[in-house]
Design a protein around this ligand. Structure first.
Ligand code: SDX
Length: 428
């Protein structure tokens, strides 16, 4: 690959450096294009624009490859744990035994949240969507830890913010759920590991013994690993953008939670279940719904299908689809919408519309079926995605800060009115 690209504008040639990454991905560095030529590039949705160089996650959308710090998602989902994967993403290497134990213990030390958080929680009606509650509670940490507002703090206090984020996210999530039920919030039981501790905060009832099911905790741990990072997706790019202004890690991640909430992004796992239930209620007429998804005049899209990067199977969807069979089998759960999902996938993958556009099931297509089988309510599905994505957001925020990346400020092309004089209201 040559080291430069030649761009010709109006007979003048500009030479632009070419950058090649570890996996031979190639980019044209346009950092100096406007200074040289007065011209900028235009790419709504950044479909063809790299925002950064990153050493955290590698995606190959054409071949369905996903690796965290060089380790394949298949191996990590099979052999690792969510806390170990979180350490890997944030610090770059798999932890040794003592490092992992210290990380686990540090997280356990910070699972409690300030009692005043309950005053914020009580302000939300039980009808509040848990994602809105989660984003607010997470951002409220800036009030309880004002030192987090200083972007240039010593690394050990950044470590403390990272630990507090990982430790308190499940507590906030469970409290948001209990608020929706009008139930009292549960405190974290630090005798349990991460996922079991979360399940107990979610489902334990006052004065009733609660024993987390190891099958459920293991399934959640695997799902969290599969959601842990995904390079420059919408919510991660949001975390980087907000963090680039030197806002605190808590406000940057709170912004990421809000971006993830959208139905085209993390909110899709909730919409998939709504879609599948509508198909079942509608008599299971899959061909009708496939036709709606293909109809340009119909806003309906096949939720859980398609991806900006994957033009082949999303490797996470393959793992989750198999896990759905395993978990529902182990729990003895029969869910009619799993059969609808399989039929929908089968028909869509043979339809020219989906084949031509390389639309495959993505991570959200099957995840909701497992969450449902685990007893997690549908309005908490995207919250589960946020718990999983947290270490990725943290790792990307930390990388952006350590690389001293500039504040994000894209350009635009103006298409509005030319200059015109003010018209007094008496003359309009
Ligand atoms: C996530 O970026 C990430 O990494 C995200 C994520 C992560 O881990 O962070 O992987 C998580 O967000 C997964 C995606 C979850 N969203 C959904 O499942 C919602 C349904 N999917 C679509 O809305 C869509 O596929 C997107 C948003 C995921 C991707 O959209 P793009 O890349 O902007 O593609 P597009 O909208 O331009 O679609 C290209 C064509 C269009 O048709 P034409 O104009 O060419 O005729 O494909 C069509 C679209 O209409 N299309 C679909 C479709 N997705 C795309 N048609 C029907 N159903 C769909 N789901």
């Amino acid at each position: 690959m040559s080291k430069t690209a030649e761009l010709n504008i109006d007979g003048k040639t500009y030479s632009l450096p070419i950058f090649t990454g570890t996996e031979d991905e190639v980019a044209i560095d346009i950092g100096k294009l406007r200074d040289q030529s007065g011209v900028v590039t235009l790419d709504p949705g950044y479909k063809n624009t790299g925002a950064t160089k990153s050493a955290i996650t590698y995606l190959d959308g054409d071949n369905g490859i996903l690796r965290y710090r060089g380790y394949s998602i298949e191996e990590l989902a099979e052999k690792s744990t969510f806390i170990e994967v979180s350490y890997l993403l944030i610090f770059g290497e798999l932890p040794g035994k003592d490092q992992l134990q210290r990380f686990r213990d540090d997280i356990k030390t910070h699972t409690l949240v300030h009692e005043d958080v309950k005053k914020i929680l009580d302000g939300f009606p039980s009808t509040a969507h848990p994602m809105g509650v989660l984003a607010s509670l997470f951002c409220s940490q800036t009030a309880f830890y004002p030192e987090s507002l200083d972007p240039n703090r010593a690394s050990e206090s950044v470590y403390l913010s990272i630990i507090r984020s990982l430790a308190k996210m499940p507590t906030f999530a469970a409290w948001a759920y209990k608020n929706a039920l009008g139930h009292p919030a549960n405190y974290p039981d630090n005798s349990l590991e991460y996922c079991s501790r979360f399940m107990k905060m979610m489902f334990a009832l006052p004065a009733e013994p609660y024993q987390p099911d190891p099958v459920i905790s293991a399934a959640i741990d695997k799902l969290l690993i599969l959601h842990a990072d995904h390079e420059q997706n919408c919510s991660t790019s949001t975390v980087r953008m907000v963090g680039s202004s030197q806002a605190s890690i808590y406000s940057s991640i709170s912004a990421g939670i809000n971006a993830l909430w959208g139905p085209l992004h993390g909110g899709a796992n909730q919409e998939v279940i709504v879609m599948l239930e509508s198909i079942v209620k509608d008599g299971g007429n899959i061909d009708k719904w496939i036709a709606k998804a293909k109809d340009k005049n119909d806003p309906f899209r096949l939720m859980g299908f398609g991806h900006r990067v994957y033009k082949n199977f999303d490797p996470r969807a393959k793992i989750i689809k198999k896990a759905a069979d395993d978990v529902l089998g182990k729990l003895g759960v029969k869910d009619p919408i799993l059969d609808v999902a399989r039929n929908l996938e089968d028909i869509a993958l043979r339809d020219p519309y989906f084949i031509e556009r390389k639309l495959y099931p993505n991570v959200d297509f099957y995840s909701g079926i497992i969450y449902r089988a685990l007893g997690i309510p549908v309005e908490m599905f995207t919250v589960m995605f946020a718990i999983g994505r947290l270490p990725g957001w943290i790792a990307q925020w930390k990388e952006m800060r350590e690389n001293k990346e500039p504040i994000g400020r894209p350009r635009q092309i103006y298409t509005g009115q030319k200059e015109r004089a003010y018209v007094p209201i008496t003359k309009r």
